[in-house]
Ligand binder design. Structure first.
Ligand SMILES: *Cc1c(COP(=O)(O)O)cnc(C)c1O
Length: 369
């Protein structure tokens, strides 16, 4: 019986390297509230990611939830059905109506050609996702936002470290949000961040993630508590040191998958724009063309599972098909054909730094068989 392989396994530094950080926390008794490690990590991440400001959060969902508050987004927001459910849930928790727009058929990113027809007088913002770390059509989206006076918040949970045309993808839009969840290529166990472009916005974010406190006696808005603690931040500093090595291992795995799976009739691989750099390979999605491959996605998915290979169908079901959202006019199935097709064909294969060659070979052989 071979061991089970899951879609991901978090990378962790050697435990003994983490102990000195913990000793420092125990010594200082500063556990949270913008402590030393929190400040240090904000600085190091801003530099590493090549962005002006990073504000750390306890997780990616609360970063997104708070980002909508930062820009006072209300009414309707145009977003994608092809994402992790947190994207739309953050709207729901802010009492905002999601308006689903279809994605492009290649990358699975919000299709800018379909945004304008979804704009109403209630629309205040666009919330796209850089799915699997491929950049959205950021230029077109910004043009539409400028024309109609809309804000743009990118759910950039998959984009950690990725570049587009030599620059960080995170500098597009008004705000971008990141996730450092255990399943992401850079993790702080749980964690997240908002990236912003100016110090006033950074200030507002930092107030809002700490109950709205501007000083001891001033609450500038009804904020929430979504700040990162010192243990998460300390781990983040250590993880950053190993990040490059982890990404290189992911790149090697992706290459091995590409070389072998490319030749299989009916298995389509994710394409990337040529200007994409530093690609983090957070996911390795394959798309099964049932007719050509001779088996449906679900047949392959359950077959792999039977053999102990736990891929994931990211993103199936579509967010717009969940009970909370399926009643919306924009969720009607005939309106989202590209998203529906991707959701029907996708399996994300296991990819993580410690996945070894023989395990990858086993996965590839099972797909070939
Ligand atoms: C992981 C993820 C989130 C949620 O992040 P958490 O840190 O788990 O709260 C949001 N959006 C997308 C697209 C994600 O992949």
């Amino acid at each position: 019986m071979s061991k089970n392989i899951f879609v991901t396994q978090p990378a962790l530094p050697p435990l003994d390297e983490f102990i000195p950080y913990l000793e420092q926390i125990w010594e200082s008794k500063i556990l949270t509230n913008n402590g030393q490690f929190h400040r240090q990590l904000e600085g190091e991440l801003a530099e590493f990611l090549d962005v002006p400001y990073v504000s750390l959060f306890t997780n990616g969902t609360l970063a997104l939830f708070t980002a909508l508050q930062v820009l006072r987004i209300t009414g309707e927001v145009i977003t994608t059905p092809y994402s992790f459910v947190a994207t739309t849930n953050a709207l729901w928790w802010n009492n905002i109506k999601p308006v689903f727009v279809d994605v492009d058929p290649i990358y699975g990113n919000l299709d800018p050609n379909k945004i304008e027809e979804a704009i109403t007088p209630m629309t205040t913002a666009i919330l796209p996702v850089h799915v699997y770390g491929n950049p959205c059509d950021v230029q077109r989206i910004q043009e539409i936002a400028d024309t109609y006076g809309l804000k743009v918040i990118y759910d950039a949970a998959h984009t950690f470290g990725n570049k587009f045309k030599g620059h960080s993808i995170l500098n597009w839009g008004d705000l971008s949000t990141l996730s450092f969840h255990a399943t992401k290529p850079y993790n702080t166990m749980e964690g997240g961040a908002i990236v912003c472009q100016d110090d006033k916005t950074k200030q507002r974010i930092d107030y809002l993630k700490n109950f709205g406190f501007a000083d001891e006696v001033t609450v500038m808005a009804p904020g929430i508590n979504s700040k990162m603690n010192e243990m998460q931040a300390a781990l983040g500093l250590l993880q950053l040191k190993n990040h490059k090595k982890n990404i290189e291992k992911r790149q090697q795995i992706a290459k091995q998958y590409c070389d072998e799976l490319n030749e299989i009739y009916g298995i389509n691989l994710l394409e990337h724009p040529t200007e994409l750099g530093n690609y983090n390979n957070s996911y390795f999605p394959i798309f099964i063309d049932e007719k050509a491959y001779g088996k449906s996605r679900d047949e392959l998915y359950f077959y792999l599972k039977e053999k102990g290979i736990y891929g994931r169908r990211y993103f199936y079901p579509l967010i717009s098909d969940f009970p909370s959202y399926r009643g919306l006019e924009s969720a009607k199935s005939d309106k989202l054909p590209n998203a529906r097709k991707l959701a029907k064909e996708v399996i994300c294969l296991p990819i993580y730094p410690d996945l070894n060659k023989s395990d990858i070979n086993r996965i590839i052989e099972l797909i070939k068989a």
